[in-house]
Design a protein. Structure first.
Length: 183
């Protein structure tokens, strides 16, 4: 097992995201993914695993790590399904910071976004307007601050979703707790 010193050793060769990767959480959490990639780069280099497993809840992180690690190392990165509470809220340690009302409301928000995805699957042409309308409704009815609610294809995270598999990505603050998810 690597030591803390080995993992957090200062290096001159810093990993930088390119402009097209500076979207979703990367846009709001400057340096976060660069730090994740730097630490994982050292970790993989030291232990040379054959496989790595990551949660799907932070799909952007999985996407960036998979592309970086699999292009540089002989490690296969696998995604693990998001586990959800009965109310459809993704399980997360952050949920313990939510009061009962916020937990319930976050479940309702998750269900509304799931419904939105079904609607977009039926008609991908007007998806931006439908997303805008849901953002307005959620902000007003649940007193949340939405950082983003966006539709992105799963191949390259671009906003081009016609004839592509896609996910809806969301990050919002409810009662000062930041939640992220994708559907």
């Amino acid at each position: 097992m690597p030591t803390i010193k080995q993992i957090y050793l200062k290096r001159n060769d810093k990993i930088k995201l390119n402009k097209s990767q500076n979207i979703l959480c990367a846009k709001f959490r400057k340096g976060h993914f660069e730090g994740v990639l730097n630490v994982l780069d050292r970790f993989i280099e030291l232990i040379s695993p054959q496989k790595m497993f990551m949660g799907e809840k932070d799909f952007q992180q999985f996407f960036l790590v998979k592309n970086y690690i699999e292009n540089k190392y002989n490690t296969k990165v696998h995604v693990c399904k998001t586990v959800r509470a009965k109310n459809k809220l993704a399980l997360s340690s952050r949920n313990s910071l939510l009061n009962k009302k916020s937990f319930i409301n976050s479940g309702i928000i998750a269900k509304k976004i799931l419904s939105l995805k079904k609607e977009i699957k039926k008609n991908k042409k007007n998806y931006k307007k439908v997303i805008f309308n849901l953002k307005e409704e959620l902000s007003k009815n649940f007193d949340i601050k939405i950082e983003y609610l966006e539709c992105r294809n799963t191949h390259n995270l671009s906003a081009i979703i016609l004839n592509k598999p896609f996910k809806l990505f969301v990050a919002y603050y409810i009662n000062n707790v930041r939640l992220i998810d994708n559907f």
